[in-house]
Design a protein around this ligand. Structure first.
Ligand SMILES: Nc1ncnc2c1ncn2[C@@H]1O[C@H](COP(=O)(O)OP(=O)(O)OP(=O)(O)O)[C@@H](O)[C@H]1O
Length: 272
């Protein structure tokens, strides 16, 4: 059974447009008829341009947004109905300071978030210290988060994401703002988590990162899937778009797929 199953998922938003003389609203189809499956223990990538619908998909899978239509299941549980059960077994990292307490130390943040999963304090304290060491923040454990640099915050977010030893970890642009050494370290952490059996779903704009990490991926354009499969299969799909040009990298394939998808934006379906 797949760990994640997305079937004909749709998610619309009503977007308010404010002009000085009037207000209008537009329906945006952020995700349109999206289907894919993620197998247990794999690293799965969502690729797409700014505004393609990646975060909306992740927010739906992490039960933060309801689908407008279609279904999504995590570990056989429906995101709309079984959100409480799903939340116990997943975690997510959205980047930035979102969800961290600036006036608490790094360790206290981890202790707080771990307590939400009802972990006993001795287990939690041990796990918090192991994770701080894993992300290279063991010497900063007592510092307040408000004194952290962007990269240090991102490392703490990664430790927070692993605090409940989730069966599925969702990561939205996990390496944004990290220096080259920290990126390498995070890749190691992601691969270690995979070895332990954690399923990982990530979005990234770094195609080399997707190439190195992902077992399978989907490319989304304007809310719709334009290709999916292994890196080799996506490269093949890109090659089919431009038969006269040799496509050898995921980056070339990605560009061919997005350019082949057209430039109009059919998600904006008029005003209300
Ligand atoms: N709360 C919201 N209200 C209205 N529109 C929204 C809302 N959230 C997202 N959208 C719209 O949905 C579309 C998809 O956004 P989403 O954040 O999923 O894209 P993304 O692929 O994650 O982009 P990025 O790479 O820039 O993070 C965009 O057009 C965005 O403006």
């Amino acid at each position: 059974m797949p760990m994640i199953k997305v079937d004909h998922l749709e998610r619309d938003f009503v977007q308010q447009n404010i002009h000085w003389w009037k207000r209008t609203s537009t329906i945006v189809h952020a995700v349109r008829d999206l289907s894919f499956a993620v197998q247990p223990g794999e690293i799965f990538g969502l690729l797409g341009q700014n505004g393609a619908g990646k975060t909306t998909t992740i927010k739906t899978l992490t039960t933060l947004l309801l689908p407008t239509a279609g279904t999504a299941q995590v570990n056989g549980l429906d995101v709309a109905r079984d959100y409480k059960a799903i939340r116990q077994h997943i975690n997510f990292i959205f980047g930035g300071e979102l969800g961290l307490y600036r006036r608490l130390s790094a360790r206290d943040n981890l202790l707080y978030f771990g307590s939400l999963y009802r972990l006993p304090l001795p287990t939690l304290a041990k796990r918090a210290d192991e994770l701080l060491a894993l992300v290279g923040l063991d010497n900063e454990a007592e510092r307040l988060v408000e004194t952290f640099s962007k990269g240090m915050i991102q490392k703490l977010q990664i430790a927070r994401g692993l605090i409940n030893d989730p069966s599925v970890l969702f990561m939205d642009e996990p390496t944004i703002g990290l220096d080259a050494m920290s990126v390498q370290n995070l890749h190691k952490i992601i691969l270690q988590a995979k070895q332990k059996g954690t399923t990982i779903v990530l979005t990234t704009h770094y195609l080399h990162e997707a190439e190195v990490l992902c077992d399978h991926l989907v490319v989304i354009d304007q809310g719709q899937k334009v290709a999916g499969g292994t890196v080799a299969e996506v490269i093949d799909a890109g090659q089919k778009q431009v038969p006269d040009t040799a496509i050898t990298s995921l980056e070339d394939a990605y560009i061919a797929l997005i350019e082949g998808g057209g430039t109009h934006d059919p998600r904006h379906l008029g005003n209300h």
